[in-house]
Design a protein around this ligand. Structure first.
Ligand SMILES: CC(C)(COP(=O)(O)OP(=O)(O)OC[C@H]1O[C@@H](n2cnc3c(N)ncnc32)[C@H](O)[C@@H]1OP(=O)(O)O)[C@@H](O)C(=O)NCCC(=O)NCCS
Length: 153
């Protein structure tokens, strides 16, 4: 096994210099991706934006807003070619740890009902449906509802 394969992924604060690589993943994994401006605004606003790197390679990232004892997971994504290898679960574990350490006692997020991978990941971590936001997401030829999921931290 090479030295690179033995390395564990590293969590680091997202920087403006990461945005080209972040956008490349974002545009590959979503039908309606965030824009560069969405990420830049999140960085400027002081949200907890983190990258997940294996060696020099960007494997994933998350964007988390923590305020008033609540955490809102706004984005969590794994590069297409790196999915189904445990990175999503490991990164969600890190996001929940960061949220807990920031003082949040609950975490919530929105997910498309059609996002089977996302729903399965969050269910595996004990997230429960708390609400439905009608027409929350843009979708092909219309809008799609969002499931609002939550977990205690
Ligand atoms: C959702 C996502 C983050 C999962 O990342 P991943 O690295 O593939 O996930 P893992 O390999 O850690 O898998 C963890 C669990 O997620 C679920 N899961 C992941 N991919 C799945 C798929 N294609 N179908 C069904 N379940 C899936 C499974 O429960 C899996 O556990 P298992 O391997 O024991 O069955 C990834 O698919 C992704 O980035 N998708 C695009 C962005 C997105 O939808 N993010 C969530 C938006 S709310």
């Amino acid at each position: 096994m090479s030295a690179v394969l033995k390395q564990a992924p590293q969590l680091a604060p997202m920087k403006a210099a990461d945005l080209d690589a972040v956008l490349a993943i974002e545009q590959a994994v979503y039908t309606h991706p965030w824009t560069r401006g969405n990420f830049a605004d999140s960085l400027r606003a002081g949200y907890q934006c983190c990258t997940w790197r294996l060696g020099g390679e960007l494997v994933g990232y998350f964007v988390l807003l923590c305020a008033a004892g609540e955490a809102h997971l706004l984005n969590l994504s794994i590069a297409e070619g790196r999915q189904r290898r445990g990175h999503g679960a490991a990164l969600l574990h890190e996001a929940m740890r960061v949220a807990r350490e920031s003082g949040a006692r609950n975490i919530f997020l929105e997910v498309r009902p059609s996002n089977l991978a996302g729903k399965a990941l969050y269910e595996r971590f004990g997230f429960r449906k708390i609400a439905l936001r009608r027409g929350y997401y843009p979708a092909q030829g219309g809008r799609e509802d969002a499931l609002v999921l939550s977990s205690a931290l």
